[in-house]
Design a protein around this ligand. Structure first.
Ligand code: ADP
Length: 464
């Protein structure tokens, strides 16, 4: 099949979050399954500053590079839109011309496909920034023979981000006002681009099975539950894969000591190395809990904050790496002062330290309130660090009592109870190594998920 991956960020060209990992890794996995894939993304300032892979100009306003064996990555260049620091905004907030920037990106993508004569079977769009591709295809390009056999898939990576704009901006999209209706792009008198992607694409999916069901409920749908319910039969979930080329304790050069499921003992040098590095007492018998996360309510920091004092009184150590809401920064800093032998805190983004925390901790704390997929738990499993999670979204799909600790009522009390349970299990050594082995044997490689995407593309292709 001929597939176009259309995304606003793609590893290694630009990244702010998990979407970039997916848009960079999935095409490579699809290529291995003999699919003919190209990628189209904006050419940001950061992208053009990259030394490798080499970027060449194709024509005025379009550059290209290559990843995988032969995947062409086309960059839509426009200095006034994309040649700036930041992808979507800066310190003061979102860029005010984001509607113009990303509607241009979507239209230009479709024109480019004609110019390079790449007649796609599937255009796979991700999040609101590419949500106008299906809209234009079914309106402006409705009768264009070039796209006669093209179908669209729209993947929602986090339904909390919808691309909302003022109604007054609508004429700039070049669409008929009939598209600004309650069953199309209109949402409480605003333009909602994500809604456009949902309504106009042939199939919709999210990054885990559980999240695909959750977003159809009032609690998790962020207002999109109604429209998703109407398209129930077209909504599904495929769990993201993990790039084991980057995340493998047997190959990881950033950790203190490489190890694998065959010699788990090697993990514990990472524990003492980490304890030493972050200034905690080097004790093997005390369970070391790790957190690598955005410090945000979505990640469970409201219940963690409520329980932190109680948690610090338990027989454990806690190493935290993250940045986020100022209120959590302040609270955690206070806790470090109060319990310096229990908590270590690093308020920064630090990839090397993240690797060391995944490798050196015994338990990975990730009690997210909602989690479309989540990478932290998959990484920690590979490193034999047992995840402790709330049963939601991708966490529910990847962690269970055989490889981790799960609680299913979102409250401080349940979190504390589960932490106590994890501590007891850690201390009852016998079962622990079994748990670590089971965790390390879990496999969330892209190979499996890419096969599911090929099936999904086939299903879209079969749609009339
Ligand atoms: P998110 O919702 O933030 O995308 P995920 O679990 O899907 O959450 O992915 C987060 C990724 O970012 C993980 O690879 C995690 O290790 C990494 N990460 C998060 N915070 C930090 C940090 N402060 N330093 C280094 N890596 C981080």
């Amino acid at each position: 099949m001929k597939i176009v991956m259309c995304a606003s960020e793609v590893v290694p060209f630009a990244k702010t979050g998990g979407l970039a990992d997916v848009a960079g890794a999935l095409p490579v996995a699809l290529e291995k399954l003999q699919q003919d894939v190209i990628i189209v993304m904006p050419g940001y300032k950061k992208t053009h500053e990259l030394k490798s892979p080499a970027i060449k100009q194709l024509k005025e306003g379009v550059s290209w590079a290559q990843i995988g064996k032969g995947i062409k990555v086309y960059l839509i260049d426009r200095k006034d839109y994309f040649d700036r620091d930041g992808l979507y905004g800066d310190k003061t907030g979102d860029f005010p011309d984001n509607l113009d920037r990303f509607s241009f990106f979507c239209r230009r993508t479709l024109e480019l496909l004609k110019e390079i004569d790449f007649k796609p079977d599937i255009i796979h769009c991700h999040d609101w920034q590419s949500g106008l591709v299906p809209v234009y295809l079914k309106t402006t390009y409705k009768n264009d023979p070039f796209f006669k056999n093209t179908r669209t898939i729209f993947t929602i990576h986090n339904i909390g981000y919808q691309g909302l704009f003022k109604k007054e901006e609508f004429p700039r999209l070049g669409l008929d006002w009939s598209v600004f209706s309650v069953d199309k792009l209109e949402y409480y008198d605003k333009i909602n681009i994500l809604k456009g992607g949902i309504v106009f694409s042939d199939l919709i999916n999210t990054v885990s099975d559980a999240y695909s069901r959750e977003i159809q409920t009032k609690e998790f749908g962020f207002g999109m539950e109604g429209i998703l319910n109407q398209r129930k039969a077209d909504v599904s979930g495929i769990i993201n894969g993990l790039d084991y080329g980057i995340w493998d304790p047997a190959l990881d050069k950033q950790i203190f000591n490489q190890f694998s499921v065959k010699e788990i003992e090697g993990k514990y040098e990472n524990k003492s190395g980490l304890q030493k590095m972050v200034g905690l007492p080097e004790k093997r018998t005390v369970p070391l809990f790790g957190i690598v996360s955005r410090l945000a309510e979505q990640k469970g920091f409201d219940i963690l904050a409520e329980g932190i004092d109680e948690i610090c009184k338990m027989d454990l150590q806690l190493v935290i790496l993250g940045t986020g809401d100022a209120k959590y920064h302040e609270l955690l800093e206070k806790m470090v002062k109060k319990y310096p032998k229990v908590i270590s805190l690093s308020l920064k983004f630090d990839d090397a330290l993240a690797h060391r925390i995944y490798a050196g901790s015994d338990i990975f704390l990730m009690p997210s309130k909602y989690e479309p997929c989540g990478l932290g738990q998959m990484i920690s499993l590979k490193y034999g660090t047992i995840p402790l999670v709330f049963k939601t979204g991708g966490l529910a799909d990847t962690v269970n009592e055989k490889n981790g600790f799960v609680f299913d009522v979102y409250s401080k009390a349940e979190l504390i109870k589960t932490i106590k349970k994890a501590i007891s299990a850690f201390k009852a050594k016998a079962g622990w190594s079994k748990l670590v082995t089971a965790a390390m044997k879990c496999n969330f490689s892209w190979a499996e998920s890419a096969k599911k995407y090929v099936e999904l593309y086939g299903k879209a292709k079969a749609k009339s």
